[in-house]
Design a protein around this ligand. Structure first.
Ligand code: HEC
Ligand code: HEC
Ligand code: HEC
Length: 443
């Protein structure tokens, strides 16, 4: 469904090891001098786990391609670039990379030939990974991943725009310093600090969830500013506000709600869709309970952007109008015909199956991008160990006009106590075009 996060199945020799939860405490309580071979195995298994948290496979696997062999396209303002082969193949992959070469690419955005990588590779986030974790990742990519012979694709960008030196200027301006091991010596003992480490670094949550500035840089790479994780648009979805805001952030969610969402892609407030569905399916469902709890605890420390916002309260006016048939507006009628069977006249849906729309923080986000996309293109919940069934929502691009979509979403955003701005047909038209959805049906 999503170009950027193509679905890939991981078939790895170490996949069993990869799902073994690694926690800092178990790694530190090292048994007396294990044999060298098993020490290597442990390092590789830890690297496999970290690669899951970093979701390297999502970007480095083409649609229907071999895991980590690269070739997935990324749009840039000047043309398309492709992710590279990061399997240990000596000729076409990274088999000849030393630990230093690997570290330079991963955390500094510098390729083996010294040129600068496109920031589509989230090295400004990965700069936060500690050297000891880089070492484990390197061990995994050298010894735990199957080599695949597949040449890298050249970018579609023509000369002179294909010259990479402007990227190095970008890097000098925007890339942060890389982390050291000692700075984090005590961090693993504290769940909030562990969560911060994973969110800011390997999890690269901010690459999607933080708004971008003039130079396409993330406005903040850590919680020094309330722009951090306050919401960013990616692939025609809003990777929404994760801060403590009561209406459009995670203010109403408990730590347990966040844990359930990250592990299973659903909870009583929402279900994961768009790019987040893939993040849960390919990455977060594999995180250990300690690590998801740490992430949840850290997210709960983020202060709201708007501390004065008032919590929304349920209001049954729309429900009464729907059951009595008194609301004859196009928005209400479109809802009755197309949405009500699943999301119900109460807007409360069915728990863990069809998400509640009343007081839903995605529905009440000022920016309606995600809602327009899910109505046009439909959605599918991730399938996880914790919740294997992926319930879906059909696409309405070939059934509803831009005006219908605008009206039904405006209805949803102002019913059952929801309070969010109206959606316009122009906003729908733009996303219909940008997302490659079907053309508007003729009436
Ligand atoms: C959001 C997408 C994305 C994610 C996630 C991602 N990468 Fe990348 N990576 C890219 C792209 C795109 C490139 C190519 C950049 C270029 O050509 O300038 C790249 C390049 C690289 C390179 C340079 C390879 C070479 O041949 O020069 C390495 C090494 C690498 N990535 C490793 C990783 C690892 C390890 C992870 C997980 C911890 C990871 N990447 C996660 C998108 C991503
Ligand atoms: C590839 C982009 C991408 C990355 C990386 C990403 N997210 Fe998301 N996330 C999204 C999108 C898009 C949504 C909106 C759709 C939805 O609500 O499921 C979202 C939604 C969420 C939600 C639901 C919030 C709500 O109120 O409904 C949570 C929680 C979340 N992300 C946490 C995280 C965390 C934690 C990380 C990092 C470990 C992360 N995300 C990384 C794209 C991303
Ligand atoms: C067949 C049942 C079904 C129908 C019909 C349906 N939906 Fe959905 N809807 C779902 C499911 C399932 C999800 C979760 C999808 C996902 O996670 O990718 C969802 C998600 C949503 C969301 C995102 C909420 C969240 O927090 O995940 C919105 C908004 C939404 N639907 C609105 C609508 C509107 C408006 C219509 C009518 C035009 C509609 N739906 C029709 C089943 C349905």
């Amino acid at each position: 469904m999503l170009n950027r996060y193509a679905i890939a199945t991981l078939v790895l020799a170490t996949s069993a090891a990869a799902t073994v939860a690694w926690s800092p405490s178990s790694a530190q309580s090292a048994a007396p001098a294990p044999a060298a071979a098993s020490e290597d195995q442990q390092l590789i298994a830890r690297g496999a786990y970290l690669a899951k948290l970093g979701d390297c496979v999502a970007c480095h696997t083409a649609e229907k391609g071999k895991p980590f062999a690269g070739g997935l396209g990324f749009d840039t303002p000047v043309g398309k670039i492709y992710s590279t082969n990061i399997t240990p193949d000596k000729d076409t992959g990274i088999g000849k990379f030393t630990l230093e070469d690997f570290d330079n690419a991963l955390r500094r955005g510098i390729g083996k030939d010294g040129s600068t990588l496109y920031p589509a590779m989230p090295y400004p986030n990965y700069a936060n990974i500690r050297p000891s974790d880089v070492k484990a990742l390197y061990a995994y990519f050298m010894h735990g991943v199957q080599p695949v012979s597949q040449a890298n694709k050249d970018s579609d960008i023509t000369w002179p725009l294909s010259m990479r030196w402007p990227l190095s200027i970008w890097r000098h301006v925007y890339a942060p310093d890389v982390a050291t091991d000692d700075a984090a010596a005590s961090a693993d003992k504290d769940a909030v600090l562990r969560g911060k480490y994973l969110v800011e670094g390997l999890g690269h949550c901010s690459a999607c969830h933080t708004p971008r500035g003039m130079g396409y840089q993330e406005k903040a790479l850590s919680d020094t500013d309330t722009a951090f994780l306050s919401g960013g648009v990616i692939d025609n979805y809003l990777a929404k506000n994760l801060r403590g805001d009561i209406t459009d952030g995670l203010g109403k969610w408990t730590e347990a709600d966040i844990v359930a969402f990250l592990k299973s892609g659903r909870n009583d407030h929402t279900a994961a869709f768009g790019g987040m569905s893939d993040v849960v399916e390919h990455s977060l469902q594999y995180a250990s309970d300690e690590d998801v709890t740490a992430i949840a605890k850290y997210l709960k420390t983020l202060k709201p952007v708007d501390p004065n916002a008032k919590a929304l309260a349920y209001d049954d006016t729309a429900y009464k109008a729907l059951i009595s048939g008194s609301d004859r507006s196009n928005g209400a009628l479109t809802f009755v015909d197309n949405c009500m069977a699943c999301h119900r006249s109460t807007g409360k849906g069915y728990e863990q199956t069809f998400p509640v729309l009343a007081q839903n923080s995605a529905v009440n986000s000022a920016d309606p991008t995600s809602l327009i996309s899910i109505v046009l293109r439909g959605g599918e919940m991730p399938s996880t160990k914790a919740a294997p069934t992926h319930y879906g929502m059909p696409a309405f691009d070939d059934r509803l006009t831009n005006q219908d979509v605008a009206d039904v979403l405006t209805f949803v955003r102002s019913s059952w106590g929801n309070k969010a701005p109206a959606v316009t047909a122009d906003q729908v038209a733009k996303i219909r075009k940008d997302s490659g959805a079907a053309a508007e049906p003729k009436r």
